[in-house]
Design a protein around this ligand. Sequence first.
Ligand code: SF4
Length: 887
Amino acid sequence: MISLSINGRSVEAAESETVLQAAARAGIVIPTLCFDPRISPVGGCRICSIEIEGEPHPQIACRTQVQDGMQVITHSPALEDFRRTLLSWEAKRVLPSSFSAEPDKDLHRLLRHYGIAPSGKRTQPRDLSHPLIQVDMSQCIDCLRCVHICEDLQGQFVWHALDRGADMHIVPDSATTLATSSCVACGACVDTCPTSALTDRNSGRGADIENWTRTTCVYCGVGCEMNVGSSKGKITRIRPVIDAPVNKGHLCIKGRYAFSFNHARDRQTRPLARSGRKWVPQSWDAALDQTAAEFTRIAATYGSDSIGVLGSARATNEENYLAQKFARIVLGTNNVDCCARVCHTPSAAALKAMLGAGAATNSFDDLELARTIFVFGANPLENHPVVGARIRQHVLKTGANLIVADPRETELARMASVHLRLRPGTNIALLNGLAHVIATEQLFDRKFLHERVTAWDEFSDFIKDWTPERAEVICGVSADTIRKAARLYARVKPSMSFHGLGLTEHTQGTEGVMALINLALMTGSLGKPGAGINPLRGQNNVQGAAHMGCDPATLTGSVPIDERRAAFETVWKTPIPHSRGRDLLSMMDEAEAGRLKALYVIGYDVLPTLANMTATKRAFRNLEFVVVQDLFITETAKVAGHVFLPAASVFEKDGTFMNAERRIQRVRKATAPPGECRTDWQIICALADRMGHGEQFRYECAEDIWNEVRQVWPEGAGMSYSRLEMGGLQWPCRSQDDPGTTILHQESFGHDRRAALAKIEYSPTPEQTSEDFPFLLSTGRTLYQFNSGTMTMRTANSKLRPTDTLDMSPADAERLGAANGGRVRVSSRYGSVSIEVRVTPLVTSGELFATFHDRRVGLNSLTGPFRDNRVQAPEYKVTAVRVERMR
Ligand code: SF4
C-alpha cells in the first residue's frame, strides 16, 4: 500500500490503483463522463481532470496511477470551471425532452449538478428499427462507452467509431440500422450510454421510476443479479447490478428486456375451475376446497401413490422445499419431481455417483483462470449468455484454448482452437477416444491419479481399445482432431469444462457426464482453481428445485431418503412414506396406464416441453384431476387442467434461487401480485392447512421457510437471510462464519478421498435414421426465447424471433427445394409439425436443428420415447425425421 493526499486528506491506496479508484474508496467523488467501471478507461472527456502538485497541467483521474506522496486536488475553482465549460459544449447535444425523461443518464446528472441547461435539437432522424433499443445519434457525445462496452463486456463488436475529430460518429456494424447489425440486444450499450443517444424502448420513462429492487433473474441458471425499476405497481425497466459477482454489470436480452409478460393482458389473476370446455372464476376458498377434496378422495380411493407433484425451476428454493414436503407428508407420496428430470438430472446423478456431490465443482470466476476451456454440448452464447460472453472474452483477451464439442458450428465453435464436430448421439465414443489419448500418451497427472483416483488399472485396460481411429468411425471426428483436443485439455492446464444438454439429453446422458468426469480425474482437473466439471444449468432455479427435494429419491440437500429420514421426520413431525417415488417420466407412464390419477403442477408447462408430446397428451387426458398453479393458462392447463391457481411471479415475491455454481442468491419482491394472485408458498400452505397439516405449514414469510431448510440441510445451515442480504453464498456453507465453498473436492471428494474412474461402453441409441427418416434432428433453445415461451413469447423478444425455426444446411435445402423462410413439414416416427426453415451452413448436411418454444409449432410432437438409461431424462437431441417442402 502507498499513501497519497487527496484534497488534503491522507488516503491509502494499492499501487495498481488509479486516483479515481483511490478517491472513490475514500468517499471522494470525482465527476466522470466517459468512465464506466466495466470497461477500460477511455480518458477522452477530461471531466475527471485533477491537479497534481508538480504537474504543469491537469491530469485525468481515471488513467492516472497513484504514487506514494502524491498531492491531489479534485475540485479547485479552475477545475470546476473547466468541467462547466466542457459540459456546456455537451449540453448543446442534449434534447430538453430527453433531459427530463431520463434524469439518471450520467451526462444529465452532471448538467443538473452544474446548473447547465440542455439546448440540443434533433439533427438527424432516430433509428427506430430495433424493437428494444432506440438510437438517436444527434445526442451522441462520442464518448465511446458503447463501443468499448460492446467489445469489453459482450464481445460482439457492434458499435464502431468512424472518422476522427469533429467528424467522428458512431455507427452499428451494418453501417445502416441497428436492426440489421449483429446486435444481440444485451442492452449493455444502452446501460452505459451517458446520454439519450441509446435508450430502451418499451421501457417507460426513467423519470417515472419510483423504486429499484435488487433481485435475481428468472431465466437461465447463470443467476444474474438485476435492479428492477417499478412505477405504479408495474415493472418498467431492468438494469444489471454493477458489482454482482456472477454477471459483473451485464445481462442478456432475456434478463434485460423480457419482463413485460408480468403485466400481460392474459395473466390470470383469479382462481378458476373447469366447467366443460370453459374456465369459471372461483373464490380462493372454493378452489382450495375443491383441490383438497379431490386429493383426499383420490388418495382414499386409489392410494397416495396415485397422486404426483411437480415443482418448478421458476419457483424459489423455499417453494420447492414446501412442494416436496407437501407431497411427502400431506399427500403421503414420494411421487415428486421437477423439470431437472428433463435436463440436468443426468449431470447431478453422474457427479453425485462419481464425486459425491451432484453439482458444479467450481465457480464461474474460475473460467478466467483456465488456460483451456472445454465446452461440451452447450451453446452458452445463446443459452447462458453472460457466461458465454465471459468465455468468449477470456479467449479473446488471453488466448486461452477453447475446445468445443458440438455437431453444429456454433459461434464459440467458430472461434475454438479445436471444434469436435461429432455426430449426434456419439458422445461416449468421442469421450472415450479422448481418454485413450490421455492414457496411452501418458498425459495424465500421475500424482493426482495416485492420491485421489481409484480403478486406474481396470480403466486403462478398458480404454486401450478406444483408439481415436475407432472413435472416428463412430463419431465422425478425425482421429487427429481427437488427439489434438486431448493433448490441449491434458497439457495446457488448468482445464475447465462446461457442459450442457448436448451431453445429457441422450440415452447415455448420465454416462456421458461420467465419461467427461473421467477426463478430469485422469488429468487432475478437479479441486483446483480454473478447473472442474461444470454443468451449465438452463433454468434459473433448476439446481435449487431438485436440490430442495423435488426428486422422488432424495430429500433436501440431495440425500437419499433413508439416509436422513429420521432427521426430517423430527422436524416435520410426520413420517415420510416408504414407497418408491416416481419420477416425471414414470408418472407419465403410470398416468397412461391409468394408475396415476392426479397431478399437482406448479410453474411448469409440461405438455409442450416434454418429449413425445402425443404420449404426454394421452397421459394427461387419462388423469382424473390436474391442478395447474401458474401465471397463465398454459398448454398443460388447456389440455388437462381442472383447477387453475393464479400464482405470483418472480417479481412479486421474496425467497432465494440457487444458480449453476451452487450460489444461493436473494429474490426480492419488487411489486405486489396483481388481483388475487398468491405466492406459490402461500398456496401450498393454504392447501396443506385444508388437508389437516396446517401446523407443519405455518410460516409468516419466505425467511421462516428458509430457516427450516437450513435446519434440515447441514450444508446450507450457514446461509441466513441476513448474510444473503450482503451477497450470495455457495454451499457447502455450514455455519454463520463459513465463507462458503467456491471450489469443491479440494482435499477429498464428497464421499471419499478418492474417486473411481468409470468404464463406460458406447451403446448406440435405438433412434436411428432410415430410408423413411433420413435426417437426424436435434432440438434446443434460441437466445431470444425461453422454454415453452410462456414468458418470453409475451414480450417484445418475439419481434426478434417470432417463431421456431428449423436450421438446414444449404446442400439439403437445395436438394429439397426448401427456401430460407419457407415452410416444411417435418415428420418423425412419433408425430409431425410444420415449421419455418433457416438455411445455414452451421449445420451439417443430413442433420437438422430446431428450437422448441412456439406452442403453435409444437416441436415436441417429433421427439421420441427413448430415455437416459440411468435417470430417465428424455433423448431430445436425437430424432430421425424426414422433411417435405410445403407448397
Ligand atoms: Fe438472466 Fe441468464 Fe441472461 Fe443472466 S444470462 S440475464 S441469468 S437469462
